[in-house]
Design a protein around this ligand. Structure first.
Ligand code: MTE
Length: 354
């Protein structure tokens, strides 16, 4: 793993480890933490469902599993800071880690639909948001605060949002949220709250620091240290994005046929419709082949074999989605003070020598 910080543990896989793997093994899956990983006793752990519900619930893991139908789906998680390194080459982002495209991974998740749990609790019509609370404490919020966030009721009652206890068919590893985490497919990874303890239906979004202050796109000239709750644009669904996983930036290759491969991911209710690769910095484009996705919430790998002549080569990639939208060309146009949502064209430079 490429470790950005040890405490808290933040690491992404090398891009070559993601190449060609539709499902990311748990020990390769990126880890994004804002505080220490809590050690929860699964036997003592309970999930509380409260707020704007008619029947508040307190459930052990066994009760949760016995009360609701089990669901498994493949979903990609992508951190909003994915590809921040590309922003930092435009302008520095002090205090934030230079994540590459490896803050994106895909697993099969097993759990129950949050929709079923909210229905059993009797979600009231005035509820507009569903907040998640966890016990891990972060110092990043100024006064230390446990991690939390929220999603809209529309998303929370969509079938795909899971409360998951298994990852790739095995018990959820502690680092990825055991005993239970939210999995919010198609939304930024920040909303997939790990070590979930409380689900609260409410009229407003969560006032947790990681919802109200962080994970928001501030105007380019704003000072993130002075951001107030509600400043900037709150991030929810993931922006259309792609990455070149192989060859790697700076690789030395032999001239001749070279397979270029990577991932593309559209997020929420969009899908990847086409994948373009350019060898002349975007003047002309070739269409790459897309692997079939593992369902509507999974990334798609793509590949194309091109003939690279001797010399330097610049490889550029961009995806299109089912709404006809494509990715912006330059990271500089998207730069924001916390470095979120860099979905500009991806580029690698390689040199071909016999
Ligand atoms: N949940 C808790 N309790 N604490 C956290 O720090 N990080 C969030 C989210 N859930 C976080 C959390 C962020 S920013 C991301 S991108 C994903 O978890 C990462 O999940 P992973 O570490 O399993 O890859």
């Amino acid at each position: 793993m490429v470790v950005h910080t040890v405490r808290p543990y933040n690491a992404e896989p090398p891009l070559s480890a993601l190449a060609g793997e539709a499902i990311t093994p748990a020990d390769t899956f990126y880890s994004r933490n804002h505080g220490s990983i809590p050690d929860l006793d699964p036997a003592a752990w309970r999930l509380t469902v409260d707020g704007l519900v008619d029947r508040p619930l307190t459930l052990s893991l066994d009760e949760l599993r016995a009360s609701f139908p089990e669901r498994t789906l493949v979903a990609t998680l992508q951190c909003a800071g994915n590809r921040r390194a590309g922003f930092i080459t435009v302008r520095d982002i002090p205090g934030e880690d230079p994540w590459g495209p490896g803050a994106t991974s895909t697993a099969s998740w097993t759990g129950v639909s949050l929709a079923d749990v909210l229905a059993a609790a009797g979600l009231r019509p005035e509820a507009a948001h569903v907040a998640f609370a966890a016990p891990d404490v972060s110092e990043l919020s100024g006064p230390a605060e446990p991690y939390g966030g929220s999603i809209t009721v529309a998303k929370a009652t969509a079938r795909e949002v899971l409360l998951a206890w298994a990852m790739n068919g095995r018990p959820l590893p502690r680092a990825h949220g055991a005993p239970l985490r939210a999995v919010v497919p198609g939304w930024i990874g920040a909303r997939s709250v790990k070590w979930l303890q409380r689900v609260t239906a409410q009229t407003e979004p969560s006032c947790n620091y990681f919802q109200a202050v962080a994970y928001r796109i501030l105007p380019p000239e704003a000072d993130p240290d002075r951001a107030k709750p509600g400043d900037g644009i709150s991030l929810a669904s993931v922006a259309l994005n792609c990455a070149i996983l192989r060859p790697g930036d700076g690789d030395r290759l032999h001239p001749g046929p070279v397979e270029i491969t990577g991932y593309a991911y559209a997020g929420d209710d969009r899908a990847v419709a086409r994948m373009d690769v350019s060898l002349d910095e975007g003047r002309t484009w070739l269409q790459a082949g897309l692997d079939p996705p593992d369902g509507p919430w999974a990334w798609q790998h793509w590949r194309i074999t091109v003939d690279l002549p001797e010399g330097e080569a610049a490889i550029t990639a961009r995806a299109w989605d089912t709404t006809g939208a494509t990715q912006p060309e330059y990271a500089g146009h998207l730069w924001n003070p916390k470095g979120y949502a860099n979905n500009s064209w991806d580029r690698v430079a390689v040199s071909c020598r016999p």
